[in-house]
Write a protein of this length. Sequence first.
Length: 102
Amino acid sequence: MSEIKIQPLADRVVVRPLTEEEAGTKSASGIILPESAKKEQAGEGIVVKVGAGKLDEDGKRVPMEVKEGDRVVYSKYGFDEVKIDDQEYFIVGEPSILAILG
């Protein structure tokens, strides 16, 4: 994994969205899925950077549940887009991460 020059704050993570090949834009029978079908789904990506975690009411740091390298599913509306060195990334709050894929 290449080193990007961004550090998310608190309980945010930087996610690289999956490429079309990684995401599997073809069905098992070889049918290419249309762009409109992909837009209706939650997004998938790889976590490339993780913030330190949010602070609780006592000022203690709450550890993050995700780590760098995790493949995750995130809410389709729960991110901000950034572009670094011609690569698109999403900054996602941990509450917008719906699942870690095994």
